[in-house]
Design a protein around this ligand. Structure first.
Ligand SMILES: [Cu+2]
Length: 185
């Protein structure tokens, strides 16, 4: 009697183990999986008078921050201030609808490597003789969560270099291209 009872328990336990994965899968099925590695992209829109400027800015979550990858053509050769601005609004011909620098911590303007900077202070892009600029680095102040999340904010490329000292803009001049940071596929 004891033996057959144990046998029954063993068979029942085995059956549960065998069917458990199927039950878990069925329960999990309706819940969409979170993206393993959030990514975002901004497609650049030229401002009035700067029709040649085109490109993309990509953001990918990595350990310790956000990888920023820029590829832009149609710029004047030389350095161009490059920032995240508060608004992902490209509706104005001069790019001003993007607002001021993205600065959720209300810090001072500075270089991307400075201790004190706006979250949106990404430095300068350097265009070669053909007007092509690329940049790739990991920014430790940017995020995909909380106040420093890049999602929904704007990217701006300026006509002139950012001097990293003039407050609060870096004196980078007019805006030649703007973009909206959205979730990438
Ligand atoms: Cu700017």
């Amino acid at each position: 009697m004891l033996c057959s009872s144990r046998l029954a328990s063993f068979l029942l336990a085995s059956a549960l183990v065998a069917y458990a994965p199927a039950l878990l899968c069925a329960a999990d099925a309706p819940v969409p999986a979170a993206p393993a590695s959030p990514a975002a992209v901004a497609v650049l829109v030229p401002t009035q008078g700067n029709d040649a400027v085109h490109g993309t800015v990509r953001f990918t979550k990595v350990t310790g921050g956000v990888r920023v990858v820029v590829d832009v053509t149609g710029l004047k050769p030389g350095e161009h201030g490059f920032h995240l601005h508060e608004f992902g609004d490209t509706t104005s011909a001069d790019g001003m609808a993007a607002g001021g620098h993205f600065n959720p911590t209300k810090d001072t303007h500075g270089a991307p490597t400075a201790e004190h900077r706006h979250e949106g202070d990404l430095g300068n892009l350097k265009a070669d003789a053909t007007g092509h600029a690329t940049l790739e680095y990991v920014d430790t102040k940017l995020s995909f969560e909380g106040a420093a999340s890049v999602l929904g904010h704007g990217v701006v490329i300026h006509a002139n270099p950012d001097d990293f000292t003039t407050q609060p803009t870096g004196n980078a001049g007019p805006r030649v291209a703007v973009g909206v940071i959205g979730l990438a596929k």
